[in-house]
Design a protein around this ligand. Structure first.
Ligand code: NAD
Length: 260
């Protein structure tokens, strides 16, 4: 019988050794937590057209619409809990196998599964933080949501009156340079880049796993649908991320127990 995807994934993570794996995640790692992804049927963009950065900055009605959507979308993020895929990744980090996680997600579920902030590079920011675009003052999201529910349709900065925006990156907005630099360093040093739940169509993030290949490392892809890197990967699994990562983590834990 051919080895299962989980067994092959466990073997790749084991072969990459201590600190040898970097996990690159997208919205698909969180769908089993109940947060819809962007492009699958029923996903976010089938319901809302995106609000680009320029429109958000130029038009107060766009900012109002963005905060109104946030009441719904942030509520879904707060209600979600980490799933077996987030937990498997956290277990590998605790066991010293994973050097870090580079995520396109804004939901904070890797941290809620047990990873420290320092081990998670949030390329597209976080839905949990809000920042003034004029003076840089930071707010936690629930305090801003509370102001909206109290009737402030477009809440201004309490320090300087400037425009507030969630720290999530909108279309047309540059990625935070320090996050990109940290992600690039991690992916260049990785012996294995494990991609989980990303369509790999949103650039520049989607180009980053190629750094691992260029530096002589390998790719493993766990994604329900085809990606442009499938042909270059040592493993492509179409199984649900929670299922395959959970089974791979169990397989790895079993072999480390045997060694003890
Ligand atoms: P995407 O929606 O483009 O791709 C998600 C991929 O995951 C799809 O190819 C889909 O087939 C796959 N997938 C869905 N459920 C899966 C599962 N259970 N197991 C395996 N594969 C599964 O998302 P993306 O590549 O991350 O890029 C789009 C943008 O979406 C990113 O910028 C991200 O910031 C944003 N986003 C984030 C969240 C979140 O934080 N949870 C949610 C929606 C969108």
């Amino acid at each position: 019988m051919p080895p299962t995807d989980a067994a092959r994934l466990a073997a790749l993570v084991r072969a990459a050794g201590a600190g040898g794996t970097v996990v690159f995640t997208g919205a698909g790692v969180s769908t089993e937590s109940g947060i819809p992804d962007f492009r699958s049927p029923g996903g976010f963009w089938t319901r809302y057209a995106p609000i680009g950065y320029r429109d958000f900055m130029a038009d107060a009605t766009m900012r109002e619409e963005s905060w109104r959507r946030g009441l719904h979308t942030y509520g879904a993020i707060v209600a979600a809990a980490p799933n077996p895929a987030h937990r498997a990744i956290a277990a590998w980090w605790r066991g010293g196998l994973v050097a870090g996680v580079v995520t396109q997600n804004i939901d904070g579920l890797h941290q809620r599964a047990g990873l420290p902030d320092a081990a998670v590079v949030e390329l597209h920011g976080s839905a949990h933080r809000v920042q003034c675009l004029a003076c840089g003052a930071l707010y936690d999201r629930p305090s801003v949501q509370a102001r909206i529910l109290n009737g402030e349709a477009v809440p201004p900065c309490l320090v300087c009156g400037g425009i507030l925006k969630a720290t999530t990156i909108s279309f047309g907005q540059p990625l935070p340079p320090d996050a990109v630099a940290t992600a690039e360093g991690l992916l260049r040093r990785a012996r294995l880049c494990l991609i989980v739940g990303s369509s790999l169509v949103v650039y520049p993030a989607a180009g980053l796993p190629r750094l691992t290949l260029a530096a002589g490392g390998s790719l493993a892809i766990v994604n329900a649908t085809e990606t442009h890197l499938d042909g270059l990967a040592a493993l492509v699994s179409r199984e649900p991320a929670g299922q395959v990562l959970d089974a791979a983590a169990r397989a790895l834990a079993a072999t480390s127990d045997e060694r003890i």
